[in-house]
Ligand binder design. Sequence first.
Ligand code: SAH
Ligand code: SF4
Ligand code: F3S
Length: 475
Amino acid sequence: MDNNKGLLVEERQGEAILVEQQSDNLLGKKVYLESYGCQMNFSDSEIVASIMSKAGFETTRNAEEADVVLLNTCAIRDNAEQRVRKRLTQFQSDKKNNPDKVIGILGCMAERLKSQLLEEEKLVDLVAGPDAYRDLPNLVTEVGTGQKAVNVLLSRDETYAEITPVRLDFNGVSAFISITRGCDNMCSFCVVPFTRGRERSRDPKTIVQEAHDLFEKGYREVTLLGQNVDSYRWNITKKGAIIDDQKEVVNFAQLMQKVADVHPDLRIRFSTSHPKDMSDEVLEVMSKNENICEYIHLPVQSGNSEMLERMNRGYTREWYLNRIASIRKHMPNCGISTDIISGFCGETEEQHQDTLSLMKEVKYDFAYMFYYSERPKTLAARKFEDDIPLVEKKRRLTEVIDLQQQHSLESNTRSVGQVHRVLIEGNSKRSDKDQCGRNTQNVMCVFPKTTFKKGEYVNVRVSDCTAATLIGEIV
Ligand code: SAH
Ligand code: SF4
Ligand code: F3S
């Protein structure tokens, strides 16, 4: 789910999202929102925009004219935090011209550092963790009265279930729907369980309703979001005990079926799957439903079982390869992508080679790749030494990236000559004469514009490609 990944990730997330949206503007106040990190954060910013809009704040894409500036931040790697610090310093210096401007930090870095950025570093006026967004209007008022505006309480049940997000995207074709929050997995390298708290699932009725409303508004693609979507469960405990006899029990496969039933023209994607939990039941539902995209993001992290054990991932190399075999059996053309960490604590050259050999075996269509960045308080920070020198981490990462680049190009080259069904997302970034959209495997396709509009499905014959994009024309 994260998405500011090494080199490639930066591309997917772009710099930051700038937003503009109309509201009743009761108080004539304006809020500016900037998001970093994973899709979950971008989705949360839409909840924040909704809460702020109800409190009378219109969103603006111009930070200068905003009364409130909110940065929704990520803490997954140190460089993600450094970027935010730089940005905050910038906003602080702009504040000299407008001392009343409120600068606030939201999201995972806010949760991790709590009041530190407000009290010690004096970089912000307001701090709100991921479960405290309903409190934002109060916190803004508190800043005005000189109080300490901090709320970093994590919740066991907050899912913002009934809040209708204000869509901040520009295409109006594809949208995110959060289905779970938090994570109980405790991968040893990962800060997310500390910044997002315990895992909880959202009421399936509100999820289906949101998908339905989006379809009515013209959206044609939804991505169901969670740190580990396979552990979605409603009305049933982890051990399998039903909570309320009168209510329906829903697991992830069943939830996906319900969302797929909303309309055959609504495409379904989801992220992120966890190899230890991804079931054949999910694969069966995928292969049965035309509108569930044939694409799975299945982070492996390492190709060596001893490393995986150290990472506390809950699976071995063999288990992972068995899951890949099952995906291919159910859907021979399924797109598969992954996340990889190079240079985790104690990783030997041989173990690094195991990651490369696993990549050669799976031949991922796409990957997000990082070198290990130690995060305070995590299991790894407490138990293991961060002993791989930075130059060596980077060397290994470069090998991983180079290999993936070859595989991505090979995968796209196989598509040349084929016809793919593509959902048009809008004009291509490079030229207004071209449109772009993704095929079911999540690969971006670019083709000359015709009379078809964004939100429509077209068949594109692929004539050329790069490692990242398919190029073709509508047939
Ligand atoms: N919930 C998702 C991933 C969330 S974080 C999952 O379990 O797959 C996204 C990715 O960031 C992870 O898959 C991992 O590859 C990377 N990542 C997480 N912590 C990291 C760290 N400390 N250093 C480097 N990369 C990290
Ligand atoms: Fe982090 Fe692991 Fe949870 Fe993913 S599953 S968010 S990597 S702890
Ligand atoms: Fe996402 Fe970054 Fe938080 S990856 S969950 S925003 S630490």
